[in-house]
Write a protein that binds this ligand. Structure first.
Ligand SMILES: Nc1nc2c(ncn2[C@@H]2O[C@H](COP(=O)(O)OP(=O)(O)OP(=O)(O)O)[C@@H](O)[C@H]2O)c(=O)[nH]1
Ligand SMILES: [Mg+2]
Length: 340
């Protein structure tokens, strides 16, 4: 059997467990996860290196998984950008994993995801996730029937992304479906995301964990400065929200919330970077940013990378701090620094 490789897009409604599946298959936390819908906002590539094995996959393979934002009908520039990310991920992929949460009934939102699939007539597997929450597995049968009527799935695979059940079967079936091809990524690379963007996501995850109501949806994080040293990484980041009231909650009494978010995020970023991290966090209200096409476009890390390449000729940060890409550098904002 030749070396097999290809791009495999993970598609589904918000909260179905797409990012949990990506992380479980790659074996590293590449995407942030939360019980709140619409956590993922960009497409994220994660690489699974399948080693050579006797018998099955004799020559090994490489699966480039692409996690996507949850499929929904957008009502803002941010939502529309998220759906562009989904469509771009679907373009040119070899296989789609349609992931559904088996604890939820089929509804028009699932249909919306399937409609995206039908257009390019891509090969697709139906992945029934969260089976750990279903006692009687026979309850899955009507669901499978229903989905099979709507799309010609090549395989139907029940899994629990959280408990890591059924993942070996899934990987075997995916690799067997992919064409013979080259390794797209070197063996030591597991994602296309720059550390700078992953740091912003880790901070955003802490906002999701520590806040409620509309704040998770009204916030975004931009890294203003990222200087990587052998032993210390210096990061300055701004948490943007939409209103002064939200900013007050994000900062907390005497800066306590910003400190909490910063400390938890810093510990995770330190693990990711393998260095100490000095994290400066700011909070800023940017009214209506979700409806500003310009602002939303500027959040795209691929675009940010292009800008830096144009300005510095390198994707790396220069030694001197750079100004935030958006909304000016307002150092009078509430801020918090975390370094122990
Ligand atoms: N019980 C159970 N929970 C799961 C499983 N997979 C994911 N979850 C939970 O479902 C919630 C959503 O998971 P995510 O991975 O963030 O879902 P997503 O599809 O990426 O969501 P969006 O990014 O918002 O589209 C989290 O609370 C996960 O812990 C599973 O197999 N079993
Ligand atoms: Mg996600």
């Amino acid at each position: 059997m030749p070396f097999r490789s290809g791009f495999v897009c993970i598609l589904g409604r918000p909260n179905a467990g797409k990012s949990t599946l990506l992380n479980a298959l790659v074996g590293e936390k590449l995407a942030i996860i939360s019980p709140k819908p619409q956590t993922t906002r960009n497409r994220i590539q994660g690489v699974v290196h399948v080693p050579k094995r006797k018998g099955k996959h004799k020559d090994g393979g490489q699966i480039v998984l692409v996690d996507t934002p949850g499929v929904h009908k957008p009502d803002s520039s941010l939502g529309r950008k998220m759906m562009v990310e989904v469509r771009e991920a679907l373009e040119g992929c070899d296989l789609v994993l349609v992931i559904m949460d088996v604890t939820r009934k089929f509804d028009p939102r699932d249909q919306f995801a399937l409609d995206l699939l039908r257009r390019p007539k891509t090969k697709a597997f139906l992945i029934l996730n969260k089976v750990d929450l279903i006692r009687e597995k026979s309850k899955l049968l009507p669901l499978i029937e229903q989905y099979r009527k709507l799309y010609n799935f090549a395989e139907v695979i029940p899994i629990s992304a959280l408990k890591r059940n059924g993942l070996d079967t899934l990987l075997d079936m995916v690799i067997a479906t992919l064409p013979a091809g080259p390794a797209y990524f070197p063996e030591d690379q597991i994602t296309d995301q720059p550390a700078r963007f992953m740091a912003a996501e880790i901070i955003r995850e802490q906002v999701l964990v520590n806040t409620s109501e509309e704040i998770p949806y009204a916030t975004t994080v931009l890294v203003d400065n990222f200087e990587e040293g052998a032993r210390l990484t210096r990061i300055a980041a701004t948490i943007y929200c939409e209103r002064e009231g939200q900013k007050g909650i994000l900062v907390g009494k005497g800066g306590s919330m910003l400190k909490k978010i910063g400390t938890s995020a810093r510990l995770q970023i330190e693990r990711m970077m393998g260095t100490k991290v000095f994290l400066e966090l700011y909070a800023k209200a940017e009214p209506g940013w979700r409806d500003s096409r310009r602002f939303v476009e500027e959040l795209d890390w691929r675009r940010q990378l292009e800008h830096r390449m144009r300005e510095h000729g390198t994707p790396q940060e220069k030694a001197e701090p750079t100004a935030p890409t958006i909304a000016g550098d307002d150092r009078n904002d509430d801020r918090n620094q975390t370094e122990d």
